[in-house]
Design a protein around this ligand. Structure first.
Ligand code: GLT
Ligand code: MN
Ligand code: MN
Length: 388
C-alpha cells in the first residue's frame, strides 16, 4: 500500500477562499462561520498543504486603513512563519465590490478602469511582499449580459492595454512575477470575455510582453463549456504557457460547481494527473474548489484531504499505467512506425513533395484495420477500478 501523505514537494495549494468558503449561494445564507486568514493557514498546515493563495481582499478588507493593512499582513506573515506554509500565487478581487458590476479592465467607465489598475498594482505589491511568483487574472466580471452594452472589440483592446500596463509595472519594479490568465465561459456574467484556454492563448500573443503571461486553466471552467480539459492543458503546455492550474471537478454544462478534485469525472482526472506527472509540470497543484454546503469544518478538512489524496492515488495509477506490460504493448502497437515515411519529418522540401506525390497508398486496407482502443480503454478502467 502506498503512502498518500501530502508532502511539500507535491506543491498542493488552496486559496483562502476555498477552504474558507462559508457555503453561501444565490439561494441561501452562509452555513459555516467565517474563519480568519490566520486560522485558515493553520488548518491548511494541519491537513498537509504546502501553500496558500489569496485575493487582496481575502486578507485585507477593501476599506482597511494603511495601518490596519500592515497589522493584518504582519499577523498573516507570522502564521506563515509558524506553519511553514508559503504563498506561491496571488490575485486581485475585481469582482465582488459593486464598482465592478460591469467589469474592471473592460468597464465602459474610465474611472472604474483606472481604479481597477490602481487596485491591481497595490495587490501585486502585496502578493510580491508575501512571496508570490504567479499572479492570476480571472476576469469574472469582464463580460456582458447584452452586447448592446459594450463593444467586444473595444473590451479586448482595454483588457490588452491593462495587462500591458501591469506587465510594465512589474518590470519597472524589478518583481520576479509572471501573470496567468484564468479563462471561464460564463458565471457570474452571462458571457465572459476570453472564455476558454484557446482564446486566452490567442490573446496572449497580442500583448507587449507575451513571455510574461501564461495560463491558469481550471478544470470546471472548461467543463462548463463541455470541453476536454486535457486537450486544453496539452495545448497550453505545448505553448509553454501552463504557469498554474486550478484543480477541481464538475459535470459538463452546469453552474460553477467547484467540487472536490476527482469527485465527478474520475477518468478525466486520471488522464490530467498522468499528463502533468509525465510532462514534469513543476507548478502548484492548486485546488480551487470548496466543500459541499452540507459540511461543517470537519467536512472541510475531509474535502481538502480528499483533493490531495485523490491526486496522489491517481499519480500512482499513472505510474502503474506506464509500467503495465499489457497496456504498454497496446500503446506500442498503436504507435508502430517502420520508418517508411520518416523522410517527411523535419520540414518541407521540393524533393520530399515530389517523392510523396509519387507514392501509392492502399486506402481500403488502411481504412479497414482495427484499432484496439476498446481494449486499451477497458484496461484503463480496470486499472482505475483497482482490479489490475
Ligand atoms: C473565484 C473563481 C475562481 C478564480 C478565483 C481567482 S476566484 O472563486 O470562481 O475560479 O480562480 O480570482
Ligand atoms: Mn470555478
Ligand atoms: Mn479558479
Amino acid at each position: 500500500m502506498s503512502d498518500y501523505t501530502p508532502k511539500p514537494e507535491h506543491k498542493f495549494t488552496f486559496g483562502l477562499w476555498t477552504v474558507g468558503n462559508v457555503g453561501r449561494d444565490p439561494f441561501g445564507e452562509a452555513v459555516r462561520h467565517r474563519m480568519s486568514p490566520v486560522e485558515i493557514v493553520h488548518m491548511l498546515a494541519e491537513v498537509g498543504a504546502w501553500g496558500v493563495n489569496l485575493h487582496d481582499n481575502d486578507l485585507v478588507p477593501i476599506d482597511a486603513t494603511p495601518a490596519e493593512r500592515d497589522q493584518i499582513v504582519r499577523e498573516f506573515k507570522q502564521a506563515l512563519a509558524d506553519t511553514g506554509i508559503v504563498v506561491p500565487m496571488a490575485t486581485t478581487n475585481l469582482f465582488y465590490d459593486p464598482i465592478f458590476k460591469d467589469g474592471a479592465f473592460t468597464s465602459n467607465d474610465p474611472r472604474v478602469r483606472a481604479y481597477a489598475l490602481q487596485k491591481t498594482m497595490r495587490a501585486i505589491d502585496l502578493g510580491v511582499e508575501l512571496g508570490a511568483k504567479v499572479y492570476v487574472f480571472w476576469g469574472g466580471r469582464e463580460g456582458t449580459e447584452t452586447d448592446a452594452s459594450k463593444s467586444a472589440l473595444e473590451s479586448g483592446k482595454r483588457f490588452r492595454e491593462a495587462l500591458n500596463f501591469l506587465c510594465a509595472y512589474v518590470k519597472d519594479n524589478g518583481y520576479d512575477l509572471k501573470f496567468a490568465i484564468e479563462p471561464k465561459p460564463n458565471e457570474p456574467r452571462s458571457d465572459i470575455y476570453l472564455p476558454t484556454v484557446g482564446s486566452a492563448l490567442g490573446f496572449i500573443a497580442t500583448l507587449d510582453h507575451p513571455e510574461m503571461v501564461g495560463l491558469n486553466p481550471e478544470v470546471a471552467h472548461e467543463h462548463m463549456a463541455g470541453l476536454n480539459f486535457l486537450h486544453a492543458i496539452a495545448q497550453a503546455w505545448d505553448a509553454g504557457k501552463l504557469f498554474h492550474i486550478d484543480l477541481n471537478d464538475q459535470l459538463f454544462g452546469r453552474y460553477d460547481q467547484d467540487f472536490r478534485f476527482g469527485s465527478v469525472m474520475l477518468k478525466q482526472a486520471f488522464f490530467l494527473v498522468k499528463f502533468l506527472e509525465d510532462m514534469g509540470y513543476e507548478g502548484s497543484r492548486h485546488f480551487d474548489a470548496h466543500a459541499y454546503r452540507t459540511e461543517d469544518y470537519e467536512g472541510v478538512k475531509a474535502f481538502a484531504r480528499g483533493c490531495m489524496r485523490t491526486y496522489l492515488i491517481l499519480k500512482e495509477k499513472a505510474a502503474r499505467w506506464n509500467a503495465d506490460p499489457e497496456i504498454q504493448a497496446l500503446v506500442q502497437q498503436i504507435n508502430a512506425d517502420d520508418g517508411t515515411y520518416s523522410y517527411l519529418s523535419g520540414g518541407y522540401s521540393k524533393d520530399k513533395a515530389e517523392r510523396l506525390k509519387a507514392e501509392s497508398f492502399d486506402v481500403p486496407a488502411l481504412g479497414k484495420r482495427g484499432l484496439p482502443y476498446e481494449q486499451l480503454d477497458q484496461l484503463t478502467v480496470e486499472l482505475l477500478l483497482g482490479v489490475r
